[in-house]
Design a protein around this ligand. Sequence first.
Ligand SMILES: N[C@@H](CCC(=O)N[C@@H](CS)C(=O)NCC(=O)O)C(=O)O
Length: 242
Amino acid sequence: MSAPITVYGFGSFGALPDVSPFVHKLENYLRLAGLAYDKQPGNIRTAPRGKLPYIEHDGRKVPDSQGAIRYLAEAGLADLDAHLDADARADAFALRSMIERDLYFVVTYFRWQTDAGWAAYGPTIRAVIASSGVPSFLLGMIVGAVRKATLKQLFAQGTGRMDEPEIVAHGQRILETLDQFAGRRGGPLFFGDAPSTLDAVVHAFVAGIVEPPIDSPLKAIARAQTALMARYEAIDARLASR
Ligand SMILES: N[C@@H](CCC(=O)N[C@@H](CS)C(=O)NCC(=O)O)C(=O)O
């Protein structure tokens, strides 16, 4: 029997297993691969790369959702992408990059920067930070500092310098591109009947847009992408059966 796997994340957000789509992706991957895991609250100050998620397995700490997925394949524990040919791998890499390095910041903007987003999301971040043991008299200050640091990242990355219509248009372009690709191959999942890493990624990020009680224009745009939503529902059903 293999050593247990522990996933370090932040904590749930309503129906989502974690506030972070990267933690959600990794949990999706493990569930789709049928690998049991334990979930623990992580600490970004002691996390191997100062970010969550990371996993612990067999005495090793492995940072980064994709790093953990690569490690699981190299350790012979699971490789959900073994069935992909070179063409599918190229598509999957391009789409994952677009989601994780572009759509992520659009989603971040609508959670952390807009007044409506922060009104809905801020209390969850406050609860996550409170559960890490921050004394209540410091809580407001720490939450404010974390929000400020996140907005600084958004500005440094570039999304924070765009005006809102540009951000919406960019998010729409990404969701429409995903919809195009979703309809390109036979379903029910992105690359046929067997799940892949891209299914885990798409599910986590689409869920992060359509499920939370955050009123952003992205929600209606995502819901209008029928091929993408069909894939999302199929992955969701697959996850529910695990
Ligand atoms: N490439 C990383 C990204 C992880 C990431 O950006 N995590 C964010 C939360 S969504 C984080 O830990 N942020 C803490 C910080 O930047 O201080 C992965 O795939 O795991």
